[in-house]
Design a protein around this ligand. Structure first.
Ligand code: ASP
Length: 338
């Protein structure tokens, strides 16, 4: 079993040729809190402020670690854990319900320098799925663990296990009732079409050593079938990081993001076609996914600190702190990124 510290030190050593001194290299972070039918008319000023405040808090927490020269993974995990703890977002507390009325959580983490990655899928009792993904990445020889096995592994590594009800919220229960009623009246059990509740969280960073890191955590989709796994824990679909191109975290209708290999496709287009981060991201979100009905968006960052955050849904919760240290928070409008 690998030890976290050893792995971090090792990755820093093996990457020494790519490392650029912290003072010469900007650090930056982008986070998302999900995409979907997010319409301004459905928000009170108080609710909008609550979302923006939590997004800012998460981005700042991650950025502060990056500024201190901490590894990108730490920043990604810190930002995501704030969102996993907030009932506003569909990850950890506030996760959506399965058809049966439980929470089944997915998460993943990837380092763009080492290509090391970890994921957990369909876990019900791990308080912080992103911490479990990190444990799989650093403390096991595997990339993905699922269900009870993942929970047993997390317990062995000293992570906190909780009752599934700790993730309950009244708001998500109401969503479950509505979605079930709609599906039942349309005879659509298991069909997620028209399910507007996207709220996955994710973070991508450029750290002071020039490494790109991505992470994603989710409760999946409301009224999902037992055992259903979305794109969020699938390396290449919901999460991808490669120091030679970019780091991406996705949110949206997971089945489409898996079929179109969205996160890796964006980075691969950059790597082999020489396109910019913005071009690659826009092409996949608007030209590839949109025509086939794949609703959602992504956040992405490259090694120059360029940022992209396109979405083809009505809105996407997001925040960024760029290489100049400037914080921006967005929900409804696309960011103008040149
Ligand atoms: N992508 C997630 C899934 O399909 C859902 C989301 O982003 O809200 O599980």
């Amino acid at each position: 079993m690998k030890k976290f510290l050893a792995a971090v030190m090792c990755s820093a050593l093996t990457l020494s040729s790519q490392v650029v001194a912290a003072e010469d290299k900007p650090v930056a972070i982008v986070i998302h809190g999900g995409a979907g039918t997010i319409l301004k008319k459905n928000f009170t000023p108080e609710l909008e402020k609550a979302y923006k405040d939590t997004l800012s808090e998460a981005a700042k927490a991650g950025y502060a670690l990056l500024e201190q020269g901490e590894p990108g993974e730490k920043a990604v995990i810190a930002a995501i854990q704030i969102l996993e703890t907030s009932p506003l977002f569909n990850a950890g507390i506030g996760a959506v319900y399965t058809w049966e009325g439980e929470h089944e959580l997915d998460a993943s983490l990837m380092h763009g320098g080492t290509h090391n990655a970890g994921a957990v899928a369909g876990v019900k009792t791990i308080r912080s799925p992103i911490a479990a993904a990190s444990a799989v990445m650093h403390l096991s020889p595997h990339v993905m663990l699922s269900g009870e096995g993942a929970e047993a592994f997390a317990e062995e590594q000293g992570l906190t296990l909780v009752d599934n009800h700790i993730f309950d919220t009244e708001r998500r229960l109401e969503s479950l009732k509505k979605v079930k009623a709609r599906m039942e009246s349309a005879g659509l059990y298991g069909d997620q079409k028209g399910n507007e509740r996207f709220g996955t969280v994710g973070a991508v960073v450029l750290d002071s050593e020039g490494n790109l890191v991505a992470g994603t955590s989710t409760g999946g989709m409301t009224a999902k079938c037992y055992g259903r796994i979305g794109d969020s824990p699938v390396i290449g679909a919901g999460t991808w990081a490669d120091n030679d191109s970019c780091a991406v975290s996705a949110t949206g209708h997971g089945e489409f993001f898996i079929r179109y290999h969205v996160a890796a496709d964006i980075c691969t287009r950059m790597k082999y076609q020489g396109t910019t981060l913005k071009e690659a991201s826009d092409t996949v979100i608007f030209d590839v996914l949109k025509p086939v009905g794949g609703d959602g968006g992504i956040i992405a960052i490259d090694k120059e600190g360029n940022i992209a955050a396109p979405f083809n849904s009505a809105g996407m919760y997001r925040a960024k702190i760029d290489g100049k240290g400037v914080l921006s928070v967005g929900i409804f409008e696309q960011w103008e990124i040149l």
